[in-house]
Write a protein that binds this ligand. Structure first.
Ligand code: PRF
Length: 374
């Protein structure tokens, strides 16, 4: 059965696309970067700042929220938006990927993954049906199918087994999602590692089932960037042009620019907030490590022409001091500065595609990054 389409393509420029995704909690301009609020919080930031920075949508995690505070509890408290105070669109990851990176004693079977919680050691089972149920309890605007992601490099047999399992789980996820109210979306996830033939089989299988949108999973898991981009080149053309495409867990500003050029519409990554907490700023002129002693006496701001006040108003010397002293404010300022830079990049990308000047934007942005921070 074909599902209703909530994505509107507004313009294309080469393979790059700009559009609009309508969710029950509002509109998402694409290409979109979704800041990651794993456990119902954007680490170190107010939701107001996330919104002011220009984010339309944020990501939450089934795995973390089902373990603590619990999906049924969040549902009883009115859903994730009411619970957290972020009242915009929310996408939730399905949990399988986080089980594999965080949980103890994991076991994958046809039916489900079983694991021990990284919080209290409790034994938990997560099936495709339970993942959808949790995501429905959370009130997620965009739910993800449960899948199995294999880290690279890996043997072809292992990649193929996980890809086929993910296709069967896609089918079960879709069935479990059937009772969701209109407007809520479910995305399928392409797997297939670094093997073009498996990527094609995965994309084709999902497209035959029919989803509201399609994610490209199983990338940025240990392979070189060139391999990731080659797999996007293999996968994107196999997906319907009228549906949104989401590259999961990616990435650096450079990864994002390259993936947009290849037809990707949505991204998420912990990098801007995580690196911010570790003293690294993303700017128009590349990454700046504020731990470095060269900033200790520097009165200049990170970027005097930034649209984001904290990037304009605080001396590098002060940011350096906050980071070195382990002050919470240092992590907070760098998190907001980085989220604002990512959103500034996405706005530039969207405008360039809309004006048919994406190639110029691409060249100019790369030239600025490679100029470096001076
Ligand atoms: N699957 C899911 N979530 C993910 C990934 C995946 O393959 C990745 C891979 N980069 C990040 N997050 N469900």
């Amino acid at each position: 059965m074909t599902l209703p389409n909530h994505f509107e393509l507004l313009a294309t420029d080469g393979a790059a696309r700009t559009g609009r995704l309508t969710t029950p909690h509002g509109m998402v301009r694409t290409p979109a970067f979704m800041p990651v609020g794993t456990a119902g919080a954007m680490k170190g930031m107010h939701w107001r700042e996330v919104r002011e920075a220009g984010a339309d949508i944020v990501l939450g995690n089934t795995y973390h929220l089902m373990l603590r505070p619990g999906a049924e509890r969040i549902a009883a408290l009115g859903g994730l938006q009411r619970f957290t105070g972020w009242n915009g669109p929310m996408l939730t990851d399905s949990g399988g990927f986080q089980v594999m990176s965080l949980a103890d004693l994991r076991k994958v079977s046809e039916h489900a993954v079983t694991f021990r919680s990284h919080i209290d050691g409790a034994k938990v089972e997560l099936s495709p049906e339970r993942s959808i149920e949790v995501q429905r309890f959370l009130g997620s605007d965009i739910a993800m199918q449960m899948d199995e992601c294999v880290r690279l490099p890996a043997e072809r047999d292992d990649i193929e087994r996980a890809m086929r399992l993910s296709l069967r789980w896609a089918e079960r996820s879709k069935r479990a999602f059937e009772s969701a109210p209109d407007g809520y979306m479910l995305f399928g996830i392409v797997q297939g590692g670094d093997i073009p033939q498996l990527r094609h089989a995965s994309a084709q299988g999902l497209v035959e089932m029919g989803f509201h949108g399609y994610a490209i999973g199983g990338l940025a898991v240990g392979e070189p960037q060139a391999v990731m981009l080659a797999m996007i080149d293999e996968t994107a053309p196999a997906l319907p042009t009228d549906r949104p495409r989401y590259l999961m867990g990616v990435g650096t500003p450079d990864d994002i620019l390259e993936a947009v050029k290849r037809g990707v519409d949505m991204f998420d990554c912990v990098m801007p907030t995580r690196n911010g907490r570790h003293g690294v700023a993303f700017t128009r002129f590349g990454q700046v490590n504020l731990r470095n002693a060269r900033h200790a006496d520097d009165p200049r701001p990170l970027d005097e022409a930034s649209t984001w006040p904290s990037a304009r108003n605080y001396a590098r010397a002060y940011l350096h001091h906050l980071v070195k002293a382990g002050e919470t404010l240092g992590a907070m300022l760098l998190s907001e500065i980085n989220i604002a830079y990512y959103q500034f990049l996405m706005q530039g990308i969207r405008d360039a595609i809309a004006h048919g000047t994406f190639e110029e934007f691409y060249q100019r942005t790369r030239a600025d990054w490679s100029r470096g921070d001076i």
